[in-house]
Design a protein around this ligand. Structure first.
Ligand code: ZN
Length: 130
């Protein structure tokens, strides 16, 4: 069964964006940098899910390009799936467009892949292994 792992939000400034959640009394993870995605991020736990605030560390970052084109806002929805390789194989077989063909490994060792918005009704979809 899939769950919403987190919602990714593109922001210009982490410091400015996280203050609303601090005012709401939510706890915020320490900042971390993900070199391969050229982003700095914090996680805000909300119930069983999380908000992921994403700030670009470079002008060539996907987050910088997104903000230049569409402004700050919801960037992606992330679903946790029980068998990521099987899910990816099924999507590929059905001709679903993925952002990258390979499953990537994140900073914390987690496995993830992005599904292109053209295949999802306009929302960038991240899938992570449970
Ligand atoms: Zn994410």
């Amino acid at each position: 069964m899939a769950q919403i792992d987190h919602l990714g939000i593109a922001v210009k400034s982490l410091a400015a964006a996280k203050s609303i959640y601090e005012k709401l009394g939510l706890s915020i993870s320490p900042e971390e940098t993900v070199e391969q995605e050229q982003v700095r991020l914090v996680m805000v736990p909300v119930g069983e899910s999380r908000l992921e605030l994403l700030e670009a560390t470079s002008e060539t970052s996907a987050i910088a390009k997104f903000i230049a084109k569409r402004g700050e806002g919801l960037h992606h929805v992330c679903l946790k799936v029980s068998d990521l390789p099987a899910s990816v194989a099924r999507l590929k077989k059905d001709g679903v467009r993925l952002v990258s063909d390979e499953i990537k490994t994140g900073a914390g060792g987690h496995q993830y892949v992005f599904v292109h918005p053209s295949s999802t009704g306009g929302v960038l979809l991240e899938l992570v292994q449970e």
